[in-house]
Ligand binder design. Structure first.
Ligand SMILES: [Zn+2]
Length: 308
């Protein structure tokens, strides 16, 4: 099975940018509202789409009565978490350049059989853009009258490359990228913030030194950059304590800073605030920011190596 991150998918169940009521409508067989059919997952990045697919598969196959599946403890959930094949899950490989009529027929034949575990049978079609014209037509016929226990999950980076009739037969679930931290600078700095966050991740991976990460990034002033750090550190420490937070951190920062203990986060936050004040006063702006970022990178490395 080529679905990444089955376990992580469970952790991120509320993190999709998908409305909770829509997610809740997708229940294990016998659990209610949803009818058989197909969902087309689009938007965001492939890894996020696949993680959502992994999560939906777990939801559909879960055998518990849990109000918020997957439960993580039934036979199906344990099977998935251990990375084992599931008899009611059939996938099309992600490697071949095209998905032909034979692959689609084989998938449909399997899904037409009764489910081994008595629930849904799930068909996973990654990169559905690869469907040939013939395969798409054959699949369309199936979707007009799918077997009552069959559920198809499709994923596509470019949904417009799919036949319009096929798209219209699928429920479309569009993932949204998490919102970035905002409120620290002018709206025209958004692109610079995204670039800043990417570079932070490269720095945390050791591909860039903290000293080269710290540079002029107009329209982000030195003080704006210091404020970005203090907001991120503050948000990460609140998240650590389980408090609600108003800002959504860039994903990479959330993960890296989330690995730090709350003491480190609070200490670094105090330093970041101090750096912000110095930058606003025009005192040693660059030097102060360099010292801060070197300190943050050191802490992140220290805890990354501990968790390895
Ligand atoms: Zn379960």
């Amino acid at each position: 099975m080529n679905l990444p991150g089955a376990n992580r998918a469970t952790e991120e169940r509320n993190d999709w940018g998908i409305s909770p009521s829509l997610l809740a409508s997708l229940r294990p067989a016998g659990g209610g509202a949803v009818a058989s059919g197909a969902i087309l997952i689009t938007g965001a990045t492939e890894s996020r789409r696949w993680r959502l697919a992994a999560h939906l598969i777990e939801r559909l196959l879960c055998e518990s009565e849990s109000a918020d599946p997957p439960c993580g403890s039934c036979w199906s959930c344990r099977q998935r978490q251990a990375g084992h094949a599931h008899p009611d899950l059939q996938a099309i490989g992600d490697e071949p350049e095209q998905i032909g009529i034979d692959e689609i027929r084989a998938l449909e034949d399997t899904l037409a059989l009764t489910a081994h575990r008595g629930g849904w049978k799930v068909g996973w079609i990654p990169r559905a853009n690869r469907l040939t014209e013939g395969a798409a037509n054959a699949f369309l016929k199936t979707l007009e009258e799918p077997p009552p226990h069959a559920f198809y999950l499709l994923e596509a980076a470019r949904p417009r490359a799919l036949k319009a009739t096929l798209r219209s037969r699928c429920q479309r679930w569009t993932l949204h990228a998490p919102e970035m931290v905002s409120g620290f600078g002018p709206p025209e700095s958004e692109a610079q913030v995204a670039e800043w966050a990417d570079e932070c991740e490269r720095m945390f991976r050791g591909e860039m030194s903290p000293l080269s990460q710290v540079r002029e990034r107009l329209p982000l002033t030195w003080a704006d950059q210091a404020r970005l750090w203090s907001q991120c550190l503050w948000t990460a420490s609140r998240q650590h304590l389980g408090w609600p937070v108003a800002l959504r951190l860039p994903q990479a920062l959330e993960r890296r800073l989330g690995a730090l203990p709350v003491d480190s986060l609070e200490l670094l936050y105090t330093r970041a605030r101090e750096t912000e004040r110095m930058a606003q006063a025009g005192i040693n702006q660059r030097l102060a920011l360099e010292a801060l970022v070197v300190g943050i990178a050191r802490e992140v490395h220290r805890y990354a190596s501990k968790s390895d």
